[in-house]
Design a protein around this ligand. Structure first.
Ligand SMILES: C[S@@+](CC[C@H](N)C(=O)[O-])C[C@H]1O[C@@H](n2cnc3c(N)ncnc32)[C@H](O)[C@@H]1O
Length: 329
C-alpha cells in the first residue's frame, strides 16, 4: 500500500494555483485519494493554515494516513463528501477558503482487480468506493428489471446499445465477475465499438453504485454554504454528466443552468465563475497520463452576502491580492 504509483494527480499546478489564495486559510480536499493534491495544498500553507481531507475509501485513508502521519496541519476524515457539512467541525463552517474535488476513482481503485472497477481485469462485480456502502454492481446487474437496467446504462453511460446489452445481461444471469459482464457486452456489441461500450457500461454502473451524481449535487450545495466570502470551489470532472452539473451550478446556483433573477432583474446566485473557459490538461500531461485526457477544471468564487460579484482584486493567476484570517483551526 505504500506504492508511490497509487495515483498521479491530474491538473495539479492549475488546481492548486486557483484554490489556495490565503496561506493561513482553512482548506478542504473532498477527494483525498493518494494525497497528491493534498500534499501540494500543504506546501502552499503556512503554519497557521489547515487542511481537512476526506475520502470514503478505506484503502485511500490507510495510504494517506501513513503518507501524512507527521503532518499537524492536516485532519484526515473518513466519509462521503455528500455529507461534508457533518464531517467538518462547526467552528470552520463559513470559514473555508477553498474546497477541492477531484472526482471519480483513483488509479489504485481501477488497478486493483478485487475492487471490480476495471473491465480489463477480472474481479468481483463490486465497484463500491467505500466498503460501508450496502449495494454493489452485482446487485444492479443481477436484480434490476429490464427497463431500469436499460435506462441506467443509457442515462449514466450514454450507451446507445443499452437496450440490447440490458436484455443480454438479464438472459445471462447470474453474473458474478467483471469478465463475465465483459463477455456479455462483447456478445452484442461489434468489436470496433467494444472498448468504448465497456468503458461506458462500467462508468454507468459505478455512477449508480456510488450515487455519484446525487453526492456531487449535495456537495456543491453544502460546500458552497461552508465557504467563506470569496472562498473558492475548484472541481476536476472526468465525464460530461458531472461536468454539466458543475458548470450549471457554478453559473446559476441550480443544476439545470436556469438563470434566477430578483425583482430588479439581477442574477441571484451564490457563486461567480472564475475561469470563464474550462481548463484542460496540456498535451504533455495528456501524453504522460492517459487518465488526464477527459479532465476538466472549473473554478468558482463565493459571492459575498453583500453581492459584490467581481470585486476580489483577482490577478490573472487567480490569486487574491490581500491575505486575511489567521490562527490554527
Ligand atoms: C481521482 S481520486 C483523487 C486523487 C487525489 N486527488 C490524488 O491526488 O491522489 C478520487 C478519490 O475520491 C474518492 N471519492 C469519490 N467520491 C467520493 C465521495 N462521494 N466521498 C468521498 N470520497 C470520494 C475516491 O474514493 C478516490 O479515492
Amino acid at each position: 500500500m505504500t506504492d508511490v504509483s497509487y495515483h498521479k494527480p491530474v491538473l495539479l499546478n492549475e488546481a492548486i494555483q486557483y484554490l489556495v489564495t490565503d496561506p493561513n486559510g482553512v482548506y478542504v480536499d473532498g477527494t483525498l485519494g493518494g494525497g497528491g493534491h493534498s500534499a501540494r495544498i500543504l506546501q502552499e500553507l503556512s503554519g497557521d493554515g489547515h487542511l481537512y481531507a476526506c475520502d470514503q475509501d478505506e484503502d485511500a485513508l490507510a495510504y494517506a494516513g501513513e503518507r501524512f502521519q507527521d503532518e499537524e496541519r492536516m485532519t484526515i476524515i473518513r466519509g462521503n463528501f455528500g455529507y461534508i457539512d457533518t464531517l467538518l467541525p462547526k467552528r470552520v463552517h463559513g470559514r473555508i477558503s477553498g474546497m477541492l474535488l477531484d472526482l471519480g476513482v483513483s488509479s489504485y481503485q481501477i488497478d486493483v482487480p478485487e475492487r471490480g472497477f476495471s473491465f480489463q481485469k477480472d474481479g468481483p462485480l463490486d465497484m463500491r468506493m467505500g466498503r460501508l456502502q450496502a449495494s454493489t454492481a452485482s446487485e444492479i446487474v443481477n436484480t434490476y428489471e429490464y427497463e431500469d437496467l436499460r435506462n441506467l446504462l443509457y442515462e449514466y453511460g450514454e450507451e446507445r446499445h443499452s437496450g440490447r446489452i440490458a436484455r443480454e445481461v438479464i438472459r445471462s444471469r447470474p453474473l458474478e465477475t467483471t469478465a463475465e459482464l465483459r463477455d456479455v457486452v462483447a456478445s452484442v456489441v461489434p468489436d470496433r465499438f467494444l472498448n468504448k461500450s465497456l468503458a461506458r457500461i462500467f462508468q454507468a454502473l459505478r455512477i449508480a453504485v456510488n450515487s455519484e451524481l446525487r453526492m456531487l449535487k449535495q456537495v456543491l450545495e453544502k460546500g458552497t454554504a461552508l465557504l467563506a466570502d470569496d472562498g473558492r470551489f475548484v472541481v476536476i470532472t472526468y465525464h460530461s454528466l458531472e461536468d454539466r452539473l458543475c458548470k450549471n451550478y457554478f453559473r446559476t446556483g441550480n443544476f439545470e443552468g436556469r438563470p434566477v433573477k430578483d425583482f430588479y432583474g439581477n442574477d441571484i446566485r451564490p457563486l461567480s465563475v472564475v475561469n470563464k473557459k474550462v481548463i484542460s490538461p496540456s498535451e504533455k500531461e495528456q501524453a504522460e497520463n492517459p487518465r488526464a485526457r477527459s479532465a476538466k477544471l472549473r473554478v468558482a468564487r463565493k459571492i459575498p452576502a453583500s453581492g459584490a460579484a467581481g470585486e476580489t482584486g483577482e490577478s490573472a493567476s487567480g490569486k487574491r491580492s490581500e491575505t486575511k484570517k489567521g490562527g490554527s483551526v
